[in-house]
Design a protein around this ligand. Structure first.
Ligand code: FE2
Ligand code: FE2
Length: 128
């Protein structure tokens, strides 16, 4: 999960910094990542009967829908590069809360079920 989350930041950063010419590739790269990322977590939740799975799965679906709408809008010319960059900023503001509350709860649930303990959560402080 940590490795996948590092990749999330990489593809989102590419989306934020892409040029007009690179936007289609960046959108496709983000969507491919998100499909794999979300399907993996959805499968873990279904298999382990994670209690809050409906809300977590719905959040994944809503993000993917937004990404696809922006992708289709950009391809058709209805949306510009600024919307692609806005999407990346929205993803950057959405993700920490999602990872902190929903993904970490899933990680704790699976670790408790599989190993009988809870994982150590390490957070970087922005303050010195
Ligand atoms: Fe995740
Ligand atoms: Fe998630």
């Amino acid at each position: 999960m940590d490795h996948t989350h590092e990749e999330f930041y990489r593809v989102t950063f590419d989306l934020l910094t892409c040029t007009f010419a690179g936007a289609s590739d960046a959108l496709h790269a983000f969507e491919s990542h998100a499909v794999e990322h979300f399907e993996q977590e959805n499968e873990w939740m279904e298999k382990s009967l994670f209690p809050a799975r409906d809300c977590h799965i719905a959040e994944h679906a809503a993000v993917l829908l937004s990404v696809r709408e922006v992708g289709e809008g950009f391809t058709s010319g209805a949306l510009g590069l600024d919307t692609v960059h806005d999407l990346a900023m929205e993803l950057f503001s959405w993700f920490p809360g999602h990872a902190d509350y929903l993904d970490s709860a899933l990680a704790a649930w699976m670790t408790r079920r599989n190993m009988g303990g809870t994982p150590v959560v390490m957070r970087r402080s922005l303050r010195a």
